[in-house]
Design a protein around this ligand. Structure first.
Ligand code: UT7
Length: 325
């Protein structure tokens, strides 16, 4: 009896262009914005990020990540039942980026839709796909996190524009009798929408309102550390899972200091926390699947490991998924 959604393959795609802190600092200095490579690295752990060139889009990144996940799993796009794609930077208002990816990779039999939960998007999408598979609506799924946050940056705002990057990550799930996703826990609090948002909207052929990402960094920081610890412990309790059984934490990659604080709450040594924020910056919905893919490629995470995936971001939204690889 199939009871679990198991991850059979992961994939990643980063834009071609890596931008170091020094390159970004030089670019910002030319616009009259003062920062330093040292400030960025010391306060966030970020050393570089990737930015899309004009020929690279959310859809091209997401499609490449999805195809890689299918290849690792040894499956074909025509066999995919479900595509759930998390993004807050879709290429178009509609069709959804999931449908654009569906057409691009030839997954013509799939049901495809987007989920919007900003930096928590991937854990939301994974939870939705797992629930649909358990409910018998799909035997397999591609779950993708893909964002192009460089589009939302105000290059005059040094408190945000040094933090984000572009990228996509994907996992391919299939029903299995072997564990799999052990449990999911999602949370939202719309009262905190003001601490992280991008308020602009299309109307009358123009963008109305502020088109840039705005963030109260300190509030987001404090909130992230507090809710991620609580969410993990609540999920573990509901599954009767002991802290000591956890092998790896793959958290949303926003700031290495947040990752360290959450690891401390979970009594995890730093070598059990997957860190890619130094290389990718904050890639929003892509950060968790990019980090998971990296840890599997590096053979840091192995088959049988218990891994906690965690997202947190605008909404305010957060969540945890516990998975046995
Ligand atoms: O993906 C969604 C989740 N997002 C996050 O989790 C982000 C959470 N927040 C953070 O990671 C941190 O709050 C930041 C990295 C955004 C900021 O770090 P911080 O340690 O909280 O710095 P701060 O906001 O307290 O600013 C310290 C100083 C300020 O100057 P004064 O007031 O002390 O003179 C800022 O103006 O650093 C200044 N500052 C900068 N200086 C150089 C802010 N941004 C910069 C910058 N370069 N880019």
């Amino acid at each position: 009896m199939a009871q679990y959604s198991s991850i059979l393959g992961t994939g990643a795609c980063l834009p071609r262009r890596a931008v170091s802190n020094q390159e970004l600092t030089d670019f910002l200095a030319a616009q009259g914005v003062e920062t330093s490579a040292d400030w960025i690295e010391t306060r966030t752990g970020i050393k570089q990020r990737y930015f899309c060139d004009p020929d690279e889009t959310n859809t091209t990144l997401a499609s490449a990540a999805a195809l890689q996940a299918l290849k690792i799993a040894g499956r074909k796009a025509e066999q995919v039942d479900l595509i759930v794609l998390a993004t807050s930077t879709p290429d178009q208002i509609f069709p959804s980026t999931a449908c654009l990816v569906q057409a691009g990779i030839g997954a013509h039999h799939a049901v495809a839709f987007d989920v919007q939960a900003v930096c928590s998007g991937f854990v939301y999408a994974l939870t939705v796909a797992d629930a649909m598979m358990r409910a018998g609506q799909a035997n397999n799924a591609l779950v993708i996190g893909s964002d192009v946050f460089s589009r939302l940056m105000d290059w005059q705002d040094r408190t945000t524009c040094v933090l984000f990057g572009d990228g996509a990550g994907a996992v391919y799930l299939e029903k299995s009798t072997e564990p799999g996703i052990l449990g999911c826990r999602l949370h939202s609090d719309g009262r905190l929408g003001h601490i992280l948002n991008a308020k602009g909207r299309m109307e009358g052929g123009k963008i109305q309102g502020d088109p840039f990402l705005r963030m109260d960094g300190q509030s987001v920081f404090r909130q992230a550390v507090s809710v991620l610890g609580e969410s993990a412990l609540a999920l573990f309790q509901s599954l009767d899972f002991q802290l000591g059984e956890l092998d790896f934490l793959v958290p949303h990659q926003a700031n290495v200091r947040i990752l360290q604080a959450v690891a401390k709450k979970l009594k995890l040594s730093e070598d059990r926390v997957v860190v890619t924020v130094d290389q990718h910056g904050n890639t929003s919905a892509a950060s968790v699947p990019l980090a998971l893919n990296h840890a599997l490629e590096q053979k840091l995470i192995k088959k049988g490991d218990n891994v906690l995936l965690q997202g947190v971001g605008g909404g305010f939204t957060w969540g945890s998924v516990l998975v046995r690889m």
